[in-house]
Design a protein around this ligand. Structure first.
Ligand code: ZN
Length: 416
């Protein structure tokens, strides 16, 4: 007889079954050194989804796809007029990708469905396991595209017309792999969204924590700066006569680094720096700097934004040059939902873990979903913080604990 679960009937997942599913999925599109290669909307990606569908069909679940190929696997609740509670992540990988990035979130969701099936539990609200299309962004740009177009944060043209290096568009690839569905983008409306993921960074391992509750994703600001001076001959021109934009630019970058001090939550990256018309024996006329600035606190990010202008102008003036600052992109700090964060924290505690709260340094589908549904994430450590790499590894114990807490939290939320 199906029943609501309660705190008195713990739903224990099957850790071995979870691990063997992770290893089975890794064999679909194997990469040479023990990782996986399932590029978005490729035959291998479709085969990985087919394997998942074989598994969920054995549980009696139904499924459908939307126009972007996002896959929604449905498990009915007691009241199917209520919006479903979603668990999701992605099955596509980098060209030389790992076995856990995205896959753990999907197969942790599968293990949750299997556990409910084993215990003959029907939650009050229906559940849906979501596999988002093209999270990685390596075959088709941008990343997090399926959740982006589903949530309305990515334009449909930008999604469907994106082409890979062979000139194949997302539309064509969806047709070729039979992944395009009929369901309208944005449907179904979700009651909540939970995503389990490997951390892809070193913090949990460094602090010896098996679990982290993700409270949000850091904010990002991008800038193009152009320092302009005067091109002159390197020999005859004394230093006091020069207007050297390269000296201004490097002084600015160092001043920004000093501004951050020992703030562990700040990230400053100059990934592209170029001299316009470079020549060894000419003082440059102009220098371009591309700046990527990140922080977990929006107030601090705004302060650093002001510092970019202030420090760039003062560095430019000191060298008798000018600077143009063009803000390119601002993705504000994305906070996740307090009630879901609390639900995950309570579930961790009930399994004996005081999981610390943390912010995510990487983007995830959860960021897009959080704009349309209450969302939270759970991290487990990965070895040496390595991800997007065939050597990516998360231990069976950590995968199991993350999945158990995911399962408990989803059931608690779906029964509230
Ligand atoms: Zn991922």
């Amino acid at each position: 007889m199906p029943s609501l679960s309660s705190a008195h009937t713990p739903l224990d997942i099957d850790a071995e079954r979870l691990w063997s599913s992770l290893m089975d999925m890794a064999k679909v599109g194997p990469s040479p050194n023990g990782g996986s290669r399932r590029l978005a909307i490729s035959d291998e990606d479709a085969a990985g989804r087919r394997l998942l569908l074989d598994w969920v069909e054995a549980l009696g679940c139904t499924w459908h796809r939307d126009e972007a190929g996002n896959l929604f696997i449905l498990r009915p609740g007691q009241d199917n007029s209520l919006a479903p509670v979603a668990i999701g992540s992605h099955l596509d990988t980098q060209p030389l990708g790992g076995r856990f990035d995205g896959v753990l979130g999907v197969l942790g969701g599968l293990e949750t469905l299997r556990t409910l099936h084993d215990h003959q539990v029907t939650t009050l609200r229906p559940l849906t396991l979501v596999v988002w299309t093209n999270e990685e962004g390596s075959r088709f740009s941008p990343a997090m595209a399926g959740s982006g177009v589903w949530s309305g944060r990515l334009a449909q043209d930008a999604f469907f017309d994106a082409k890979d290096s062979q000139g194949v568009s997302v539309s064509e690839a969806l047709e070729a792999t039979n992944q395009r569905g009929d369901a309208a983008l944005g449907s179904p409306e979700l009651d909540a969204y939970f995503e389990l993921h490997i951390e892809q960074g070193p913090v949990l391992e460094e602090t010896d924590e098996p679990l982290g509750i993700v409270t949000g994703v850091q904010g990002i600001r991008w800038y193009d700066l152009r320092f302009e001076g005067q091109s002159v001959h390197a020999g005859p021109t004394p230093m006091s006569y020069r207007h050297d934009p390269l000296l201004a630019a490097t002084a600015f970058i160092q001043a920004m680094r000093d501004e951050l001090g020992d703030d562990r939550d700040a990230r400053l990256t100059v990934g592209d720096f170029s001299v316009i018309e470079p020549s060894r024996n000419v003082v440059p006329g102009a220098v371009k700097v591309q700046l990527d600035l990140r922080h977990v606190d929006e107030t601090r990010l705004s302060e650093l934004d002001a510092a970019v202008t202030r420090l760039a102008q003062s560095a430019a003036e000191r060298e008798g040059t000018r600077v143009d600052i063009e803000p390119i992109w601002h993705s504000p700090v994305t906070p996740f939902h307090d009630d879901l964060i609390r639900t995950l924290g309570d579930a961790a505690k009930a399994r004996g873990n005081e999981a610390p709260q943390m912010m995510s340094g990487a983007g995830h589908d959860a960021v897009n979903v959080s704009h349309v549904a209450p969302t939270a994430m759970l991290f487990v450590p990965c070895l040496d913080g390595i991800s997007h790499n065939e050597a990516e590894y998360a231990s069976p114990e950590h995968c199991a604990l993350g999945t158990q807490v995911l399962c408990d939290a989803v059931v608690a939320w779906a029964n509230r």
